[in-house]
Ligand binder design. Structure first.
Ligand SMILES: *Cc1c(COP(=O)(O)O)cnc(C)c1O
Length: 426
């Protein structure tokens, strides 16, 4: 029976047997004991499934990864120690030095830096295209050595909405997978695999954890991309891995398991970006109420966006739930129940007004964070983008006046009263 998303949030990934703990147990152990070396050897050869060292696999982490895979409608999932590690692994799992990736430019700043600076130093080239690029423009960015197309469902902080179907179609015509960072909507509001995405990533740090407790990430494979149909492009999945006794991942683990098994066997083994089992336990607590929290984040944000939109001291508001927003229609298509709780806006008095306004808020706290239960607010020109001049800020799409507000799940009347008080001071 196909379960609804709310049931999956609460129950997917872990089913206790008779007499076992109802809640996912925290297996806070680095290692696992065996009676014979032969049994251990089979695990090392990927001949048998089982646990031997938490850097590779841990039951708590696996239960929670399986829940996220179920939420996204994928075949396999992997937790990582951060969203950064998830995005890095998702690309590096199918790219090597000399390869090329096409990415939307409307992505998280950390991801942009990872791609444009750090992975470039590893010999992987990126071409950045507009999130609203036409099919022709997407195709034009491809090269013979392009291995993936990457985008973010709702970009942090630009809030552009990705046309997932258009990107997926272009990727598939080019014979590469579409990787989508689905952090902001979460699978409660959008399931990119249903629109053609092949790999989905998350910073679970945000709404999934939802309480600002644990940095983490996740990768989910749809199991739909046929690596063998493009075997020349993906030798890592379709030819023997010498570091695992000649295993061919796509053969041994099938299309549903190959991508994630390879990421564990090679990237976790060598880079070690694993979450602590305790953090995964906390993440699961967040997931259990994700389907209850997301609608509240969205309705609070919608009310706040409308309030700010009509306020004379507010110069502009960017939220795809507003009918005059550039992404309103596309957001309605991909996220009919709402997108997320993050809004950006500018005040009539620009940078100075932003500083004064934020100083006077009592409910929304100034924090370098988004997407948890608490309302929080950031003035990037004074924080994450502090080193940039006003001209550079505009070029980065983050004007000096831009305020990013992550609307929490407090009472909407209190949130509005707080904004009203702070705006009255201006
Ligand atoms: C925060 C964020 C990341 C990075 O995640 P961390 O958990 O901070 O490493 C990646 N993508 C998006 C969309 C994010 O918001």
């Amino acid at each position: 029976m196909d379960k609804k998303i709310a049931t999956l949030c609460v129950q997917a990934g872990y089913t206790p047997k008779n007499g076992e703990p109802r809640q996912i147990p925290i297996i806070q152990s680095t290692t696992f004991k065996y009676d014979t070396s032969e049994e251990m050897g089979k695990l090392f050869d990927l001949e048998a499934a089982g646990y031997f060292y938490t850097r590779l696999q841990n039951p708590t982490n696996d239960f929670v990864a399986a829940k996220i895979a179920a939420l996204e409608g994928g075949t396999a999932g992997l937790l990582t120690s951060s969203g950064q590690a998830a995005n890095f692994f998702s690309v590096f799992n199918i790219c090597s030095a000399g390869d090329h990736v096409v990415s939307s430019s409307a992505i998280y700043g950390g991801t942009f830096n990872l791609f444009a600076v750090t992975m470039k130093r590893m010999g992987i080239d990126f071409t950045f295209i507009s999130s609203s690029a036409s099919e022709e423009e997407i195709h034009a960015a491809f090269r013979p050595n392009t291995k993936a197309l990457f985008g973010e469902t709702v970009a942090n902080p630009a809030l552009d909405v990705l046309d997932i179907e258009r990107f997926a179609k272009a990727a598939h015509e080019q014979g590469v997978p579409l990787i989508v960072d689905n952090t902001f909507p979460t699978p409660v509001n959008c399931r990119p695999i249903e629109w053609g995405a092949d790999i989905v990533t998350h910073s679970t740090t945000k709404y999934m954890d939802g309480h600002a407790t644990s940095v983490g990430g996740a990768i989910v494979d749809s199991g739909k991309f046929d690596w063998f149909a493009h075997a020349d492009k993906y030798p890592g999945l379709t030819t023997p891995d010498a570091s695992y006794h000649g295993i061919v991942y796509a053969e041994k683990f099938g299309l549903g398991g190959a991508f994630i098994t390879k990421a564990v066997a090679q990237l976790m083994r060598d880079f070690g970006a694993i979450p602590s089992p305790h953090n995964s336990f906390l993440l699961n607590l967040g997931l259990e109420s994700l389907h209850v929290r997301m609608p509240r984040h969205c309705s609070n944000a919608q009310t706040v966006a409308e309030y700010l939109h009509d306020h004379p001291k507010v110069a502009w508001v960017n939220y795809c739930g507003l009918p005059d927003n550039k992404y309103y229609h596309i957001a309605k298509k991909y996220m009919p129940n709402g997108s997320c709780g993050v809004i950006s806006f500018g005040l009539v008095g620009g940078r100075k007004a932003a500083e004064l306004f934020m100083k006077n808020l009592k409910i929304a706290s100034i924090a370098t964070h988004v997407a948890d239960a608490h309302s929080c607010i950031l003035h990037p020109a004074n924080a994450t983008h502090r080193q940039l001049s006003d001209e550079e800020l505009i070029a980065a799409g983050v004007g000096a006046d831009l305020i990013r507000l992550s609307v929490g799940i407090e009472d909407i009347e209190d949130i509005l009263a707080d904004l009203k008080n702070a705006l009255n001071v201006l």
